[in-house]
Each structure stands twice: as C-alpha cells, then as structure tokens.
Design a binder for this molecule. Sequence first.
Ligand SMILES: Cc1cc2nc3c(=O)[nH]c(=O)nc-3n(C[C@H](O)[C@H](O)[C@H](O)COP(=O)(O)OP(=O)(O)OC[C@H]3O[C@@H](n4cnc5c(N)ncnc54)[C@H](O)[C@@H]3O)c2cc1C
Length: 461
Amino acid sequence: MALDPAAVAALRGEVAGTVTDDPAALERFSTDASRFVQPAAAAVAPRDRDDLVRLVVWARRFRVPLVGRGAGTSLDGESIPSPGAVVVDFSGWTAVHEVDTTNRLVRLGPGVVNRELHRRLVPQGLFFPPNPGSWSSSTIGGNVATNAAGPRAFKYGSTRSWVRGLEVVLGTGEVLRVGRRTRKASTGPDLVGLLVGSEGTLGLFSEVTLALAPLPERRVGLVVPVPDGLRFGPAVERLLAPPSPPDLAAVEYVDRRTAAALAREPGSRLAGDSPLLLVELECAADDEERHLERLQERFARAGFPGEVSVYPDADALWTLRGRGGEVLEGVRMREDVAVPWSRLDELFAGVEALARRFDVPVFLFGHLGDGNLHPNFVVDPPSEPARALRRELVLLAKRLGGTISAEHGIGLVKAPYLALEHGPEAVALLASIKRQCDPDGILNPGKLYPASATGPAGPAP
Ligand SMILES: Cc1cc2nc3c(=O)[nH]c(=O)nc-3n(C[C@H](O)[C@H](O)[C@H](O)COP(=O)(O)OP(=O)(O)OC[C@H]3O[C@@H](n4cnc5c(N)ncnc54)[C@H](O)[C@@H]3O)c2cc1C
C-alpha cells in the first residue's frame, strides 16, 4: 500500500532524517525472523528525539502506521510492517550517553546492539545481564520492547528487571520520561514496567536507562551430558534444591540433534553425541575447583552421571548456543512456551505428541532452568498447518499452568491468544491504556492486542 504523494512530500519537508521509499531498499524491512512478509511503505531514520516527535506528529496527521525497528530479529512478527506502515529505523541510534559506574547505570540510545554494550562494559567490571540468543545483532530498544531474556535470565531475570528509565514518544507526539536513578522507589504503579514489553504499541523509545550488574570474578561455562529417559522436572528440582543451591546463572538444554548441529559449527568445542545441558557457574577465582567438585556430585545426584566438562569461554558458549535457531536444517516455526518445573516432563511429552500428530520433525532446546522450551517445528510459520500447530501448543502450555510466550513476545502471531494468557478483562484494560497512549492507533497496529480489543488501524481521513 503506497503512501499518498502529499504525505510523502510533507514527510520529506518536516522530518530531517533519511526517508527511503525505494522498494528495493525497503525489502529488508518487510520481514523479520518470523518469516512473515508485508512490504513497508517507507522507512525513516529520524535524527534525534525532536525529529522522532515530528515523525509521530506527521503520522498522526496522515493516519500512517509506524513500526519501530531495531535489528528485526523478532520471532513472532513484532517488527513486520502493517499494511501501509512506515518503519522507524533505530539502528543508527547507537550512542552510549553515560556510563555511571558508581551507581551502576548506563543511559543509551535504543539502537545499541546487546553484545556491543557487553563489550563496552566489561572493562569497567559491569554488565547488562539479559543475553538473548540474538545478542550479536538484537538492539537494546528491541530487547526492552519485547522484554527479551536469554540464558542468564535464570539467575538475573528478564530485561524488565534491569530497565530503570525510559524516554518515550507516545502516539500523541508527547514525550514522556519515566523511571528513576535510585535502586528502589515506592511511588505507585510501575510505568517503566508497563512500557517494557509493549512492542512499540504505546510509544517509541528515544533513550533507555539500564541498571548494570557487577561482573562475577569467574564465569565458567559447563557442558553436561543428559542421559536418555531422564525425567527433567525432578532432575531440575534436585539440581537446584536448597540448602545452598549452586550459583548457576544459566541452565540450558539442547536435544541430541541440536547438539550435533552445534558441534559441527566452526570453532565449536562441543561433542555432539548426546543431549546436553549448557550451564554457567559464577564463583570467585580461587574457589572454582571446589565449586566444580561439588557441582559434579550434585549433577550426579540429580540424575546426570556423565562427566561435567568446562567450556573454554562462557561468552563463546552462549554465542554458539544462540546459533541453535540458525544451524538446524529446514524452515522452522521457532516456538517459545514455559511451564512450572513440576510440569516440564508433560511439556516435553506434549511437544513430541504434537510433532507426531502434525507429522513434522521437531528440534527441542531452551532455557530449562526457567521451564522455558523453544520447540522448533519443521513447518513454515505463515502456513495453515503452522497456525493450527501453534494454537495446540499455546493451549498445551496453558493447560500445564504455563505461559504462551516466555520471552519472544506476542507480535502478530500470538495476538489472537492474548486473552488466553490474561483473561478478557485484563486485555480490555490493556487496550484502554493503548487508546490513551495512541488514540489514533498508529503505533504498530495488529501486534500484541487481538483485533477484537483495539479494532483495526483507522484509515486515512
Ligand atoms: C537467533 C535468534 C535467537 C533469539 N534468541 C532469543 C532469546 O534467547 N531470548 C529472547 O528473548 N529473544 C530471542 N530472540 C528474539 C529477538 O531477538 C528478541 O525479541 C529481540 O529483543 C529483538 O530485538 P531487535 O533489535 O531485533 O528488535 P526488532 O525485531 O527490530 O523489534 C522488536 C519489537 O521492538 C519494537 N521496537 C524496536 N525498537 C523500538 C524502539 N526504539 N521503541 C519502541 N519499540 C521498539 C519493534 O516495533 C518490535 O515490536 C531470538 C531471535 C533470533 C533470530
């Protein structure tokens, strides 16, 4: 759907940043990692906050939908343009404005890539803990907008736990600054938390303030063979049982075929002949050996009798693990559900049963410590069989007392199931907040909320 020429002329006149409307140049904005496709009408890279405000005011006037975009690694179509939408490209907003080592804060632009931030902070002894598998490319703005997580969420929680402040341009064009620099506050409902995970539907972030953690003295990546027939729920419970559970930052699972594919990657030090746990231990430098001995015993008691081996570099292990979604063969629907530990074995069995029923292969890996699995079904995500399979999977997760999306977000593909997660009253409340922040429905329409809650985006007047 092309933009009205008068709207394009006004856009070029009013916004100082680069405007792209050449279809070939727009192609990369028409899809994300979900494999859904919808051409963008244009892309704009606003220069700064004031330019972003001018863009939103323009979009309101011409009723043009806007979709914020970091790196486009979303797996549920969060960054797919809706028909006629203009992409707001934040990839150039990479300034780190301030690193406050005393108060352990960083204030930065939303386009900074997660791993680049890590590289920048390590020499100062600090880090931003959430490390999604996409950390080599995904941006902090995208991480905040999807409440991204990753392996280390097991110890440190998801992105929401680390966002201290946001500067955000609402769908009205108003600029809102929410949050604080203190470690705690008791000042009413959490507006920062409300905006985290809002998938660009309430406002567009122009600046983010994150809390940082001190780097542990030693981070040790560990590889643990998983025996056949293991019951995962009791094993996780025993592994992490009090008193004094080990200080593990991540407990990841990869099935046999995923382990074999990761073992074939250049530079990989994994043996790919069994399913594996990939684990990160944190400890003091002079205490590593004692911890490793105790861990070996604990793993054996929990049902993992094989030898626990040290992976040479914990960061390299997570970069390799992040390739899990990329290195497997076939076009895959990369799912994301979580259940309480006590229901983990039912989730494993239910996923295998769904794969048999729909007659599609499945690869299984995920953040086991969080009860969060990423079943990768070999089926094209936009196809009808994928839609039917996705529906059965979210129903399975809910039946097991779990969540329909642990970290990837809702986007396009899970919007119809939001009420299954929260109930219709809570969805109606969310939709009323959306209308307050974005009265014309221009911010990322079609994502997050079911169409029944917000209605379709309004046509141009
Ligand atoms: C290989 C791979 C591995 C992955 N592993 C994980 C994982 O372990 N954990 C996990 O949580 N996710 C994972 N993901 C999903 C994805 O990487 C995350 O959701 C990530 O946070 C998206 O960041 P992005 O920069 O690509 O954002 P985009 O895809 O560009 O955008 C995501 C959402 O954020 C919005 N947005 C972007 N910038 C702004 C802004 N400035 N203001 C407001 N809204 C904005 C967009 O409109 C969209 O709704 C993985 C994806 C891939 C491809």
